[in-house]
Write a protein that binds this ligand. Structure first.
Ligand code: ADP
Length: 179
């Protein structure tokens, strides 16, 4: 068996998820209706233009843990992958549903032959997931999926603040095998 952990780079950066021009796909922390909203969804739809919402309309609604892929329109990426994270303490089990978002987004990127994908901290804004717990779940889900990936070579987490970046970076380091 090949050692995928050596060939997939997992990195955490501070920044804006809608301004990652070197990534094939960016992930949207979507709402179930796949419509523009606040936070990440607002930034992504705002930068992509109204055609993104038009493309999303027939794909909605989606359930917590699900992911769907669209074009990126005016964004500098090839695709947007829309994930519906769990509302913390409401959509249960929240940890499994958040892990499914990561699995499903990575699989979609790989099935489309993409080499790079950038995630925001799904569910940690309006959906209330504590950032440190989310970071652990997410890094474990990445580690669990690495073996399946054939084309994805860079997985980036884009955190809005330096404090959030530090939390994700320490979760990445705690997960053995994430280069
Ligand atoms: P959810 O509804 O899944 O909780 P939000 O969009 O409310 O999603 O927030 C998810 C996380 O993304 C929060 O930690 C928030 O601080 C962060 N965030 C908000 N806007 C951006 C952005 N433009 N780029 C990167 N992260 C962002």
């Amino acid at each position: 068996m090949t050692d995928r952990t050596a060939s997939v780079r997992v990195e955490c950066v501070q920044g804006n998820i809608a301004a990652q021009p070197d990534m094939d796909a960016i992930v949207n922390a979507a709402n179930g209706e796949l419509m523009p909203g606040s936070g990440v969804a607002g930034a992504i739809h705002g930068a992509a233009g109204p055609e993104l919402a038009e493309e999303c309309r027939p794909l909605a609604p989606i359930q917590p843990g699900q992911a769907v892929i669209t074009g990126a329109h005016k964004l500098p990426n090839r695709h947007v992958i829309h994930c519906l994270g769990p509302v913390y303490g409401v959509d249960e089990p929240s940890d499994r549903l958040l892990a499914e978002c990561i699995h499903n987004a990575l699989r979609l990127a790989d099935h489309h032959g993409l080499a790079s994908i950038a995630f925001p901290a799904i569910s940690t804004g309006v959906f209330g997931y504590p950032l440190d717990q989310a970071a652990e779940v997410v890094m474990e889900a990445v580690a669990d999926t690495l073996d399946e990936l054939r084309t994805v070579r860079t997985i980036r987490f884009v955190l809005f603040s330096d404090d959030d970046l530090a939390v994700f970076e320490s979760a990445r380091k705690a997960q053995s095998g994430l280069a």
